[in-house]
Design a protein around this ligand. Structure first.
Ligand code: CDT
Length: 311
């Protein structure tokens, strides 16, 4: 048996601070049409796919900040994506900055939506692990002020039925945390979509991190293997407003193997036929949580608290 989902991972190039969203959406539409031409069931776009990674600057003008956000989804700028997806019968994943007004209070989240082949939103996720600081560090040209601009997501890690299987989402820094994959897997995820914007120079460093590409793949490959999931990791890559972002967009099998990968730090599209039954098989056998996981023996619920001093 097999349940094939053909996935297109659409790596983007940088987006400049003043680029109109309509022009960005044109690029996304181009990638969506290419993915459709390649026979894909779904095309996956990265984190904050409509704008530059604006958390690299201190922005005190509230109106400017709000212009980077979508108050609705679909929003006026993104409506064409939903219409074209429905026309082509292709699903998509899109990361964006969300502006939510709840009980008269303005809230911002680093969010993503998953739309099915009818252009209907089937999953909404708000990023949980926000990197960086609240206050800028004047010692660095590029900041990561996600803790200033966004609230910690309140959706929890969610899975939905779609594309013939169980789909989950997390966003960028979430991919470095084992909990993200494990919670999604405990909720049945067979495929996880992850968009990211990762600078080659971490926000706390003055030099490029030579391990940034390695850690990107290491986190996602380990997450895939240890949780028997397909993982689609998609970058906004290359030079963006003076800051270089890693690429490394890839599609990873539940065995941990990279089955398709981008080779540049520019716009690219990679595709793969992903058999969800491969995830099912490993979940039923190698890492059958129900049969073999022993949380009651890990010493978390009862037993040792903290470090034990040697006798
Ligand atoms: N967007 C995002 O979450 N970026 C962070 C930057 C950390 S600096 C290495 C990430 O984890 O990729």
């Amino acid at each position: 048996m097999s349940r094939i989902v053909r996935v297109g991972a659409a790596q983007m190039g940088g987006i400049s601070r003043n680029e109109p969203k309509e022009s960005v959406v044109e690029k996304l539409l181009g990638q969506m049409r290419r993915a459709h031409g390649e026979g894909c069931d779904i095309v996956v776009f990265p984190e904050l796919a409509l704008t530059t990674y604006f958390a690299r600057w201190l922005i005190e003008d509230e109106e400017e900040l709000d212009r980077f956000c979508e108050a609705d989804m679909p929003s006026p700028a993104t409506r064409p994506l939903f219409d074209e997806a429905a026309r082509l019968e292709i699903g998509f994943h899109l990361g964006y900055a969300e502006l939510a007004v709840e009980n008269g209070v303005k809230r911002r989240f680093n969010s993503s939506v998953l739309a099915d082949k009818n252009g209907r939103i089937i999953n909404r996720f708000r990023k949980i692990h926000l990197p960086g600081r609240v206050e800028p560090d004047p010692g660095f040209a590029a900041q990561a002020l996600e803790k200033r601009y966004f609230e910690v997501g309140d959706t929890g890690y969610r899975t939905v039925r779609g594309f013939g299987g169980v789909m989950g989402v997390c966003i960028c820094n979430d991919r470095r945390w084992a909990e993200s994959y494990r919670v999604l897997a405990l909720k049945g995820a067979e495929m996880i979509f992850i968009g990211y914007n990762t600078p080659t120079k971490p926000y706390w460093a003055h030099e490029e991190d030579p391990l940034s590409d390695f850690h990107n793949h290491l986190s996602m490959q380990a997450g895939a293997y240890q949780n028997c999931c397909w993982i689609v990791g998609v970058a906004k890559a290359g030079m963006e407003d003076g800051e270089e972002l890693i690429g490394g967009t890839c599609i990873i099998a539940p065995t941990g193997e990279v089955v398709a990968a981008c080779e540049t730090r520019e716009q690219e599209l990679i595709c793969a036929d992903c058999d969800l039954d491969l995830a099912r098989d490993l979940k039923d056998n190698l890492l059958n949580f129900e049969q073999h996981r022993r949380i009651e023996h890990y010493g978390l619920i009862t037993g040792q608290r903290g470090v034990v001093e040697p006798d």
